[in-house]
Design a protein around this ligand. Structure first.
Ligand SMILES: *Cc1c(COP(=O)(O)O)cnc(C)c1O
Length: 392
């Protein structure tokens, strides 16, 4: 008996290797600090948990939910989009609940791709972008995100025949793993390119609320005419520390979100209503300002503690404007994997080699800001005493 061939192209050897090596180092008695996986380490705000508790006690919430989400959830999302981005959405037609953005991104290719069709994916990129295409049996064209282009794709480098075969392109700003951001000019450019080439843009805005120093990431739907060619995913996982709840949504023109809805309505019956109630509470309190969202402050302080500390010992990394990640160029003389393994062996700190997210990630590692400031100070101390970083 043999499982499918596509399973082999799915497992990332690097993630598996890091996990194995972490166990070996732990078994030696080292207390390993894991800055690998980007999972929020704080709980949601108290009012969100209270909303969940009281919704769990309501017997009416135990029937099958609907795939698209409850009316009140979709209304809350539409109101939030207007409040946050001045983007108007019809809650009935233009908002659809998801069991996490992961669910939506995984099923997008199934809804849009036939054999021979192609998806433009960022390289480096969040793993589900490529995995979704592999599962659907589609082809992929990596768009390199390079430091010299501010980590934005260069559409002029995409060959015409590739553009013709492309059904959709995935964009993600603020970006995981790069922690890069994009301004309105870039989104205008992307919308024009998508219109000229009849390509759907799928924008993953998972980090819209994790931005620092007063920066407010835009929605692509703010751009004139974007609704004709773009849909957007957003999630409560990072913005409200609700990753374990599995709740997110896609917004956009009805015709463009319908295919995903049809696929999903054949697979699942939607998100547990109690979770939707908790999400409504998170969104409504944010709109009303009665419980301002402070999740970003936590990561901003951690960013400063880690990067100021590393700069002092000679590892100078530019401060990102958003996300919970730092994308760090590694010292010369190592590959990304070699450096990550060395950091684990000698310092007991897990980071992810950049090429785990695509070929163009070589030369970098991704550091997730998922430990408290004291622990990040300990990381700096350990790196300093290891002598791994040579002061120039
Ligand atoms: C964390 C993350 C998501 C959110 O996924 P959920 O399934 O909603 O938890 C989506 N995109 C990126 C780039 C992420 O890092």
């Amino acid at each position: 008996m043999k499982p499918s061939k596509r399973l082999q192209s799915l497992s990332s050897a690097i993630f598996t290797e890091m996990a194995q090596r972490k166990r070996v180092v732990e078994n030696r008695g080292t207390k390993v600090i894991d800055l690998g996986i980007g999972s929020p380490d704080h709980p949601p705000a108290p009012h969100i948990i209270e909303a969940l508790v009281s919704a769990v006690q309501n017997p009416a919430n135990y029937r099958y939910p609907t795939t698209e989400g409850s009316n009140s959830f979709r209304e809350a999302v539409a109101d939030w989009y207007e409040h946050r981005f001045a983007v108007k959405l019809d809650p009935q037609q233009e908002v659809h609940a998801l069991m996490g953005s992961q669910d939506g991104l995984a099923h997008m290719a199934q809804a849009w791709i036939d054999p021979g069709d192609l998806v433009l994916v960022p390289d480096p990129g969040y793993p589900i972008y490529a995995a979704g295409v592999v599962i659907a049996g589609g082809d992929m064209y990596p768009m390199p995100l390079l430091n010299e282009n501010d980590f934005l794709p260069d559409f002029s480098q995409i060959p015409d025949d590739v553009a013709r075969r492309a059904k959709f392109m995935i964009l993600n700003y603020p970006n995981n793993p790069l922690a890069a951001t994009a301004d309105r000019d870039f989104f205008e450019h992307a919308v024009r390119y998508a219109k000229d080439n009849d390509i759907l843009i799928v924008h993953d805005l998972a980090y819209s609320e994790l931005a620092f120093d007063g920066y407010r990431p835009p929605s692509i739907l703010e751009i004139d005419g974007a609704k004709e060619v773009a849909i957007e995913f957003n999630s409560l996982s990072k913005s409200f520390n609700m990753a374990g709840c599995r709740i997110a949504y896609v917004v956009g023109r009805a015709e463009l979100i319908k295919p995903l809805s049809i696929i999903k309505s054949n697979i699942d019956y939607g998100v547990f209503l109690a979770i939707q109630e908790a999400a409504i509470s998170a969104i409504r309190m944010d709109i009303s300002g009665s419980y301002p969202n402070r999740v970003a402050e936590l990561y901003q302080k951690r960013r400063d503690v880690l990067l100021d500390g590393l700069a002092e010992i000679g590892w100078v990394i530019g401060k990102p404007k958003a996300t919970m990640f730092v994308w760090a160029r590694i010292p010369e003389g190592y590959s990304s994997a070699e450096f990550a393994y060395t950091l684990l062996e000698q310092v007991g700190v897990v980071v992810i080699p950049g090429n785990a997210f695509g070929e163009k990630g070589e030369g970098f590692v991704r550091i997730a800001l998922v430990e408290e400031e004291e622990v990040l100070k300990e990381v700096v101390t350990r790196i300093a005493s290891s002598g791994l970083i040579q002061r120039k």
